[in-house]
Design a protein around this ligand. Sequence first.
Ligand SMILES: CSC[C@H]1O[C@H](OP(=O)(O)O)[C@H](O)[C@@H]1O
Ligand SMILES: Nc1ncnc2[nH]cnc12
Length: 290
Amino acid sequence: MTGTMIGVIGGSGLYDIEGLEGAEWVTVDSPWGAPSDAILTGTLGDVRMAFLPRHGRGHVHSPTTVPYRANIDALKRLGVTDVISVSACGSFREEMAPGDFVIVDQFIDRTFAREKSFFGTGFVAHVSVAHPTCPRLGDACENAAKDAGITVHRGGTYLAMEGPQFSTLAESKMYRNVWGCDVIGMTNMPEAKLAREAELCYASVAMITDYDSWHPDHGEVDVTQIIATLMGNADKARNMVSRLPALLTPDRTPCHHGCDRALEFAVLTAPEARDPGLVAKLDAVAGRVL
Ligand SMILES: CSC[C@H]1O[C@H](OP(=O)(O)O)[C@H](O)[C@@H]1O
Ligand SMILES: Nc1ncnc2[nH]cnc12
């Protein structure tokens, strides 16, 4: 068994993965509340795996009510080192077509009704999210997707909106033409920020389901069309995930990008001024620096 443990957060349409040896759904208690669901654990080859359906099996949580902090805390508590987020997304680019995957590397966060940090009064910390995704993990996702025969685009900016409604036409045009975004979804923020706070490597794979509403030939977003594309995308995602263990270094070495040391100089609150209650809740997320 290796030091690496891959955590996959599955988005809309992806509620399980196949082929895990010793597969078992385990309930993980978190001081940040209940995660979206139990977590499917097992091994692929000699790599430990954990799978968490972001919206829960049966699609219970809306993008706003997904318990993002509990999810990241629970994955870290289980021993996950690398988080791969898989999400359904709309596309702002003609060449990023439904069925394609995009390895997202930047975000614009327009969400406003979610808890966005593990830190706060009594334990203040500021991490950098200038480069919010891990290039090493992105390489593995890109190569796994190519091996699975998926059309994959490397790099892209993801507009994270609050939802649950889709964008207006004016918003869609602004995100595409003025802000230069490539894809749109409702769930990668604050997930990516929280993964960085928890010192976890994070990569985001956007599975394109639609052209949002800007495209003159496709009209407005239609959830029935999204669901039809989602089913095929979910099979592709399972294929991609099954190839990941072979592509990540078996023994855990420090992340070249520094994801696993994000808290090194981030904490500002003096030890004697820290809130013991909050410190206790941070045992998994920030245990390395407490
Ligand atoms: C199914 S359409 C809207 C839904 O799809 C995306 O979900 P996820 O990121 O979990 O795959 C989007 O963010 C919305 O939650
Ligand atoms: N067009 C879109 N906007 C927001 N979230 C989405 N998820 C899938 N397609 C989407």
